[in-house]
Each structure stands twice: as C-alpha cells, then as structure tokens.
Design a protein around this ligand. Structure first.
Ligand SMILES: Cc1cc2nc3c(=O)[nH]c(=O)nc-3n(C[C@H](O)[C@H](O)[C@H](O)COP(=O)(O)O)c2cc1C
Length: 274
C-alpha cells in the first residue's frame, strides 16, 4: 500500500514508525508491529529502572502527560529476552537508548549495534531529574561526536520541539548524526489532588509546536527528519510532509489505537484523548 522509503541510511518498507515508549518492547503484538516500516523499542538503559511510582500517565484534553521515568528491564535483559523476539518480526528494528555518562552510552552501543538496524539516542527525556541533554547543545554535540566514533550503524537523535530544535539539529548533523526525530514529549506540569507533578506532554496539543520546529530545522539543514507529535491521520502526515518531514512517528495514539495502520481506515481522527 505504501512505498519503501529511505531514512537515515535505511530502507524501510513504509514511512510509519512506532514511537519509543508507546509500543512496549515492540514484539508483543507481532501482527501489529509488522505493519510499521520500523519499530522503535522503548528506551533502554544499562541498569534496569523501575521508573516513577504512580500516578504516571494523565489524560488531559487533547493529549497525555506522562511521567513514566524510563522504566525498562535494562540492557542485559533486553538483549537476551526481548531483542531476539523483536528481530523475528518483519520490520526494521531501531532501539532507543539513554546513558547517564559516556561509559554507559558506549556500553549500550557496544552491546546493541550489531543486532539492530539503527540506534536512537534519547537526548530529550523530560522525565529524569537530570537536565534534558539538548538544553546544552554544545555538551550534547560533544557526546554525539564521541559516540559517532563507536559505530557505523545509523545514529538517530531524538530531540524536542522547544529547545532550539533547528540549532541543535544542525549541530548534531555536523557531528555525525544520520537523522533527527522531532519531537519527544514537551516538559509540562499537571495538578492532581493538590499535588503538582512534572511530566512530558504528547498528543495533538503538541502538533503545532512540532510543525514549527520541523519547518525551522528544514530551513537550516538537509538532515532527514522523522516527525513525531500528535499524528493520528492522513491530514497530520500531509502537514508534516509539507513542513519537510521524511517519515512519520506514531506515539501516544498507539496507547489507544495500537492497530491504527493503515491510517486510511482511521475513523477516530477527531477523538479527544490523543
Ligand atoms: C507513555 C509514554 C512513554 C514514552 N516513553 C518514551 C521513551 O521511553 N523514550 C522516548 O524517546 N520517548 C518516549 N515517549 C515519547 C514518545 O515516543 C513521543 O516522542 C511523544 O509521545 C510525542 O509523540 P505523540 O504526540 O505522537 O505522542 C513516551 C511517550 C509516552 C506517552
């Protein structure tokens, strides 16, 4: 139904990608995973992480605020238990990774690079106590430059739409990144029972921020761009394509409609939640 596309040096069978964190480890529902051109497994860290204690996901009108906190089973468990299952599915396998320091990034790349089509560097997670890496472009660029030397596999940088996306994208592209995913969730706060929680906002509320960011990135650079922010239907895809995006990443919509592909059949594109 869709044409094969080239993205980040990869040939993928269609331009739709399942976003990190919104589709489990990517293999749990093989019949759904294989409809995507590529699946990005949830962000993996060297050590297992339990993530934040509940509440972790809040529905707000037009979006979702999450503070999951990078819950994941850790590199060893992922490589032994999940990755072999994911690789059996007929889709391109991309794994998202996050390191707290260079040694951890290097360990993640060293263990995974031979097993995956590409690695996505999560440089913009708002759910950690540490500062978002892309807030400090020079530091972020230095890390990426060192990581580039560790692998020939495509490296994709996940940034957000609000921290100087155009400047960050061209800097990272100069330091060897093969493609940009814009956007991660956008830092947000939500009040529940008198308590304020910090989290990341996703869904259709962020689409206009992401569109603007992608236009700006495209004006400044030729780097391949994966649009990610509130995509639910063909109109969104069209808007992002016109802004300069090459491929389209489906995120929190998958929490509600994991079987959304093919998008032509989506009857829920005006739904309130995502
Ligand atoms: C519950 C949840 C968990 C997420 N976990 C991750 C994650 O582990 N790594 C990551 O890079 N992005 C994560 N994201 C962000 C999504 O991949 C995506 O960038 C974001 O939701 C924006 O796309 P959307 O508006 O289509 O949801 C998560 C989002 C949600 C809603």
């Amino acid at each position: 139904m869709y044409d094969t596309v080239r993205f980040a040096g990869l040939e993928i069978k269609n331009p739709f990608i399942a976003a990190s964190g919104c589709f489990g480890y990517g293999w749990e529902f093989p019949a759904l995973s294989e409809k995507f051109g590529a699946v990005v497994a949830k962000t993996i860290t060297v050590k297992p992480r339990e993530g934040n204690s509940p509440p972790r996901i809040f529905e707000v009108p037009g979006g979702v605020i999450n503070r999951v906190g990078l819950q994941n089973c850790g590199l060893k468990n992922f490589a032994e238990k999940h990755l072999p299952r994911l690789k059996k599915i007929g889709t391109t396998v991309i794994v998202s990774i996050f390191g707290e320091n260079f040694r951890q990034w290097a360990e993640l790349i060293g263990t995974l690079e031979k097993e995956v089509a590409a690695l996505e560097l999560n440089l913009s997670c708002p759910n950690l106590n540490k500062q978002i890496l892309t807030k400090n472009p020079e530091k972020c660029g230095n890390i990426v430059e060192k990581l580039r030397k560790l692998t020939d596999k495509p490296l994709i940088a996940k940034i957000n739409a609000v921290d100087s996306p155009a400047a960050v994208s061209s800097l990272l592209s100069d330091r060897g990144i093969d493609a940009i995913v814009c956007s991660n969730t956008i830092p947000a706060r939500v009040e529940l029972n008198g308590r304020i929680y910090k989290g990341g906002l996703s869904g259709r509320l962020i689409k206009n921020f992401v569109l603007k960011a992608i236009r700006e990135i495209r004006k400044k650079s030729d780097v391949p761009i994966a649009a990610c922010g509130g995509i639910r239907g063909l109109k969104d895809v069209d808007d992002y394509r016109k802004a300069g995006a090459d491929v389209f990443v489906l995120g929190s919509v998958l929490l509600r409609q994991p079987d959304i592909l093919p998008l032509e059949k989506n009857i829920d594109s005006e739904g309130d939640i995502v």
